[in-house]
Design a protein around this ligand. Sequence first.
Ligand code: SAH
Length: 474
Amino acid sequence: MDYLPIFLRLRARTALVVGGGQVAARKADWLLKAGARVTVVAPQLVAELAIRAAGAELAHVAAPFASAQLAGAALVVAASDDREVNAAVAQSAHALEIPVNVVDSPELSSFIFPAIIDRSPVVVAVSSAGSSPVLARQVRAQIEASLPARLGALARFLGRRRAAVKRALAPGARRAFWERLISGRTAAAVLSGNESAAARSFASELRSAGGSAGEVWLIGAGPGDPDLLTLRALQLLQQADVILYDRLVPDAILERARRDAERVFVGKEAGGEQAQQARINELMVSLARAGKRVARLKGGDGYVFGRGGEELEALAAAGIPWRVVPGITAALGAAAGADIPLTHRRLAHSVTLVSGHAALDDSLDWRALARPRQTVVFYMGVAQLPRIVARLRAAGASADLPAAIVERATLPAQRVLRAPLASLATLAAREQVAAPALLIVGEVTALAPGIAAAAGSGDPELSRAQRPAVGAVA
Ligand code: SAH
């Protein structure tokens, strides 16, 4: 781009036009349309300009150009038929850093006039950067032909209704509403000049859109500590009409939501997981269709063993708009809460997040999980603990491979139990470990400050570290 197209506000500012001929008259007209106070400097004026001067639409200085006339001007046009005068105007304007256009001399100009289509407030400007004004005018003609004559009226009609739409519709629903409106019968009525029909149709479209303006926010609530919510999660919880939450979301997090939001527990119920998921999907869709802003609050992150993908499929199928807000997944919460770095330059070059349920079938490559120099984090593994350990051992993991269980990570009652793989299940049974808990397997679990020696001793009792809260020192 040789020039930046911008739209300049000239209302009540002074624009100087040097020259009193036809070309000057055309430029003066555009400047007047933009609301500028126009002063024309020329010994003589053509009829159009003379009439405007007589009607006080513009000021006339009947004198040769002098640079003092530039004082206070926001913009200058040199449109005289005398090259030397135009050059002098350009020079003075440049010296004062006032934008100047010299008609037919882009090299002397700091701005150029585009070819303009004026359907105010819609304005289209076309430029060829001075290389072919005729081509630019042809492009303008083509665009002009394709634009409805009442385009400006339509823009004004819509502009007057922006505030109402903002009040009635949630941010996520507005754009689709405007798009429907502009291609629908309301716009057609304005363009055909029937504004009262348009106003009625607009009102009814807004009413029915208001009814379907609901949306669903799939929000990761993090591992439990309310301070580990993201800022966005917090903002949306403050706006939600309804909150659908899981078992993993503690009261301390629900307390951060809007006071009068309806709270609906959608955790475990009778009827099996599939049926339960179907009920949640239906609930989200029906609430959103009723115009509600629904916060679907899930422990950790919705896309890590959170069935977020399935819920979004249901929303997409129902045409409900959604947003996804990531959360801190339990593995990251547990890592921070128990001082277990999940990767380590020496000890672990990868982290794998695994579902403990997978210990029940053959969906996992246990030999890959049993290899050294990695960290494996099992979610939902409490009930399967003996089986997980057995499968890892059978796949080649050594009996003394360090491991840890992090129970209620980041919550006030967080517990961290460390033991070599072979004695982990016994320890967990004795300590009555309960969900939610993560099993973390790998050398990094023996690293936490102050416990490394104990973990290496093979005595599960010694390796247990109990921590009251995140960040507290064991
Ligand atoms: N979407 C969640 C995981 C849901 S699956 C996330 O990203 O964290 C449920 C499992 O997550 C639990 O069985 C447990 O293994 C783990 N989990 C969730 N919160 C936990 C917590 N505070 N402490 C330990 N494990 C947790």
